[in-house]
Design a protein around this ligand. Structure first.
Ligand SMILES: *Cc1c(COP(=O)(O)O)cnc(C)c1O
Length: 450
């Protein structure tokens, strides 16, 4: 049992640049298209929604982007985050595999989301924006943006998916403590929300609907911009601090991962951890399998169509080439609220199409069983989202037990569950169901997506 458990970096060892994987790929990802002209969108199309600096990062072909000093100063509140060796979990599984997890639950809101919320709020405030609008599912992203807006003195207005708004009152209190204003989505405050409510007054909402509402509000207010917590290139770019730190921490551990697993909602925590390792793999310096894990109820990579589709339900965003379940898709209200999105990061979708990563979908009872085993050995109760990565990690570790392989598995533990405990109550109380997406529902939601 003896042996080192935590690999810690100094604040001085924090990365000073984010890594952009695009120039290292064999082909560039297809561009976003304007829905009316089907031509690639230009900076002017995006200017009502995002500040110039983020529009530039969205399309940059530079391999590295400097992290502003003002952002590094805020990152110091929780970064560098620890890399743990899961020795107690290894023992429970009786596996020869070595399991590591990079833990992002040490941030002020308990997830990886502030890694991008902080730079997004910073660039907006630097360009004179006074208010940000956004959507949130489980509440992790809304809390992260609320915290970041408080840091730079911006107003923050959040549309939270109704299902989570009702299930998770503590996230609402956290966002309000940071000074944000909250609305359940669909709401009566936007045309998009009113339209949904007219068709279905009991709608439990979806990330796609909440995005429509936040985008509509920002587009109608010259002092406001919109912030997205996942999916877009600049978001994945900011999250690469996770992988850059992990690479340095593996040097301290004198070890190298053979398999990386992470959960994918829109792809940001997974991309953030995996892309710096993918750079090493593409350069021939590392041989690593990279594996995305998604819920069986919302399986965009494994069962979605790779097509141009809207990022939101009302069709207000540019068309994105991505793995999609259809922009009208409303996933079952599973407990991993952060994984209930109909699409996937276009960059990650492209990388998946290139065959550089693989993907699997896991039903939620297996995920929570993995979460409970992890909690009882490692002492951290994982957020519902990363239990998906842990389930895949445990499958791999148990395969190693059968084959005797001493593989090194790295998993992204992107958040803790302290405000998601009702999900564990449902699991422990035997009230959790596996809701694999039925084929007919998928066929219906994909009808009309070319
Ligand atoms: C938001 C969130 C996710 C899903 O988003 P990604 O962009 O796929 O990372 C996963 N886990 C946690 C803890 C989250 O807050």
């Amino acid at each position: 049992m003896a042996g080192r458990t935590k690999y810690l970096l100094d604040e001085e060892d924090m990365p000073t640049q984010w890594y952009n994987v695009v120039p290292d790929l064999p082909q560039p990802p297809p561009p976003p298209l304007h829905p009316a002209t089907r031509e690639p969108v230009g900076p002017a199309d995006l200017a009502p929604l995002f500040p110039q600096a983020l529009i530039e990062q969205e399309v940059t072909t530079e391999r590295y982007v400097d992290i502003p000093g003002e952002v590094i100063d805020v990152y110091r509140l929780w970064r560098p985050s620890p890399l743990f060796r899961a020795r107690r979990l290894e023992k429970l599984l009786d596996t020869p595999a070595r399991i590591y997890y990079k833990y992002e639950g040490v941030s002020p809101v308990g997830s990886h989301k502030p890694n991008t919320a902080v730079p997004q709020a910073f660039y907006n405030s630097a360009e004179g924006v006074t208010r940000l609008t956004t959507e949130t599912g489980a509440g992790q992203w809304g809390s992260a943006l609320a915290f970041a807006c408080a840091t730079y003195g911006l107003d923050c207005e959040v549309w939270q998916v109704r299902a989570s708004y009702d299930q998770k009152p503590y996230r609402k209190i956290m966002m309000e403590t940071f000074g944000a204003t909250l609305h359940p989505s669909p709401s009566e405050l936007t045309e998009a929300g009113r339209k949904i409510l007219a068709e279905n007054p009991d709608s439990t909402g979806s990330l796609g609907i909440a995005i429509s509402e936040a985008v509509e509000k920002a587009a109608g207010d010259p002092d406001a911009r919109y912030a997205l917590g996942s999916v877009l290139n600049h978001v994945l770019l900011h999250q690469t601090v996770i992988g850059e730190e992990a690479i340095k921490q593996f040097q301290l551990a004198e070890d190298t991962p053979d398999v990386i697993v992470g959960c994918t909602g829109g792809g940001s925590n997974f991309g953030g951890l995996a892309f710096p390792f993918l750079r090493e793999k593409l350069a021939g310096r590392m041989d690593v399998d990279i594996r995305a894990v998604e819920p069986a109820a919302c399986p965009s990579l494994t069962r979605g169509r790779y097509a141009y589709d809207f990022g939101d339900t009302a069709g207000l965003t540019p068309l994105l080439k991505m793995h999609t379940l259809g922009h009208g898709f409303i996933p079952d209200p599973i407990h991993a609220g952060g994984l209930r999105y109909h699409g996937m990061s276009p960059l990650l979708s492209h990388i998946y199409e290139l065959g550089l990563i693989d993907a699997l979908a896991v039903p939620q009872q297996e995920c929570f069983a993995a979460g409970v085993r992890f909690a009882r050995t490692e002492g951290i109760i994982p957020a519902p989202e990363p239990t998906h990565a842990l389930a895949a990690c445990m499958r791999e570790a148990l395969r190693c037990k059968e084959t005797g392989e001493e593989k090194v598995i790295l998993t992204a533990l992107c958040g803790h569950a302290h405000l998601d405990l009702p999900a564990y109550a449902a699991y422990l109380g035997g009230q959790m169901v596996d809701n694999e997406l039925p084929q007919h529902a998928l066929d219906t939601s994909l009808a009309g997506i070319p």
